[in-house]
Design a protein around this ligand. Sequence first.
Ligand code: TXA
Ligand code: MG
Length: 309
Amino acid sequence: MSEIDVAADVLRAGGLVVFPTETVYGLGAVCTDDKAVAGIYELKGRPTFNPLISHVDSVEMAEEYVEVTPLARRLMAEFCPGPLTLVLKKKQDSRISLLATAGLDTSGIRIPNHPMTLELIKKTGVPLVAPSANPSGKVSPTTAKHVRDAFGQRCPMVLDGGDCAVGLESTILLMTTDTPVLLRYGGLSVDDIESVIGPVVRPEKDPDAPQSPGQLKSHYAPNLILRKDVALSDVRDGEAVLGFGDCPSATLNLSPSGDLKEAAANLFSMVIELDNPSKFTGIAVMPIPMQGLGYAINDRLKRAAYDRG
Ligand code: TXA
Ligand code: MG
């Protein structure tokens, strides 16, 4: 069995694999597995649930999960595989994990230009979601050694594909607006992109400072008012209760056993299920402890409680 076959098996069984791309190394999981995706955030120690990029091996695979617009098709024909990520609308029946896309109805899609990883995706048969393979706050890794040094004992399986040729993350374009919007400068120049599809909207700010996609409404906000850290005695009439830990009266429970990884995996799907104004007047979320994935869960809940609309 080749190393790539082993890696595909690990991924299909819900494990994590670090893979090489032309930009930086990615920490991957199959895009349909909420628990595996929660494992990515846990290992990175990310204090927020940023949406993750789905890596596909072809335009055909992308089409199974997202709506590939004519403009996107032109860009892909020209630049993919390559350091370009396109944010596209998810298909209605898309099986991409809600946690991976942070509850959004869009997904960033890219075809990485590395033979090992293209083969890995093909053998796994499912897109791989992956952020850069570094602990939160550290620089993005461009060699397998960087990855092993950064994660140490906790390092998952690494496919060593040598040095990353580009060494800079992919350029990200939002494709769901009339004119595409640049979300992040990266390995493919905007001039090259504009030579194919004409002008794109660029962030007005310093081109070296990557624009926070948060400003472009890239965060799911519930319709109902969501309150966090609510004790059972403070639940209001008509409110749905999103429980954590032992709580038989909860409408839904993120994790009856108090497991933060399970809670992370369930977070978006449960909030979306409860976000039903014809059934409830609001969503009351019980306290989630501030440890491990609890930071990211609380961060997400805080934004959901704050974002109105
Ligand atoms: O080159 C790269 O893009 C590398 C390699 C591994 O592919 N990946 C990478 O991932 O840099 P990450 O997670 O470090 O950065 C992904 C960025 C985040 O800023 C995220 O907010 C944005 O992509 N993003 C992903 N999906 C999005 C979406 N649906 N809407 C808006 N932004 C999105
Ligand atoms: Mg990163």
